[in-house]
Design a protein around this ligand. Sequence first.
Ligand code: NAD
Length: 418
Amino acid sequence: MAEELDPFKIAQIQLDEAAEIMDLDKQVHAMLREPMQSVTVNFPVRMHSGATKEFTGFRVLYNNARGPGKGGIRFHPAENIDTVKALAAWMTWKCALADIPFGGAKGGVIVDTKRMSETDLEALSRQYIRSIGSFVGPHTDVPAPDVYTNPQIMAWMADEYSKMHGRDEFGMITGKPLELWGSQGRFDSTAVGGMYVLREAAKLRKMNLRKARVAVQGFGNAGHFALDLVTKMFGSKVVAISDSGGGVYSPGGLDYKKLQEAKAKGSVDDYRGGQKITNEELLDLDVDVLIPAAIENQITKANADKVRAKMVLELANGPVTPEADKILFERGIPSMPDFLVNSGGVIVSYFEWAQNISGYYWTKEDVYSRLDTIITRSFRDVVNAQREHKGRKINYRMAAYTIAIGRVAAAMKARGWY
Ligand code: NAD
């Protein structure tokens, strides 16, 4: 049978598996299999040419039992409601696992921004937030940047929303520029959080990170910070990196500055002083830590038995499929789950929201130290949950799911929803 790669089906399969392990109440399980609210908007935008063009966008509020929705906005030509639903579900578990006061949400617009002028991009951003305006807000659902959206787009959206309400509403969206009360430490928060998880996981597995060889897939926001930080924080050696153009391998270690220069010319594949490798080859390398930081469905049942890394740190969302998960687990290779490893981004989003709501702003040191406290606590929760379920051997992902689902279900119960 073909492996299931539809993201929403994968999200449901993972939920079903966790529900079975934790003997979840059937009614709450059924409620958690579908989003609470799913909005599709078709909206016209006046382009700078003078013509109007219609766009389709989505905003899914998966579950808000624990607080307002939280989740990014993607501008992507292949955006579709099923992907948005899956990502909204994963945001629900991510926020619950981090134990921050948000539910899960996600949004997107079907658009190829590479072909748009800045003026058109601004018009689109403002019109999209108007179209979903009654479904978002600081106490209902708080968006953030994601694929092909950025702090400038968040600033336009905050401005538009504030105009709609006749008052400043900076807490309605996060990932804003510092000038508009974004948070210190936001840029590299995902990778920094991932590094704190790696530190704890290495302690647990008795891995010496100073001697560790690391391979990173993806040289975007998450990947390039991770590559830099793993060396700066732990002295590990990054021996391989790849992006959509291909990869490079050097057993003696790669130079971050030279990689940046190669990337500026097009791809890390242009790095001089290493051996060219494909993305598939990178995943099979004999390394201590493999960090998938690119796209989903990279380790599948087709290649999971070839992975030689001693540990997988899932910085990307959904890089390991459910079937691959089982293979890695059987082979004794721990895969640190995405919604734990990459939760640093949403945790610092929460800090931004808290700062906006209170009007009191923190230093970068405050941000990193509070992030460390929260993500380290989450890591320990996951390890303890795995221990508790030892009678029924489960992996870290399922342990994380049982915690997150348990917290959401408890809030639903307290609210009297079942
Ligand atoms: P990005 O667009 O900045 O970078 C993606 C990188 O992946 C690029 O280097 C691209 O060349 C590479 N890539 C694309 N296809 C590839 C392929 N087939 N093989 C190898 N490399 C490929 O994206 P990002 O923000 O770094 O996000 C990467 C992953 O991390 C995504 O799964 C995202 O959902 C997840 N994530 C990111 C953040 C964040 O704060 N940036 C937060 C949470 C999760």
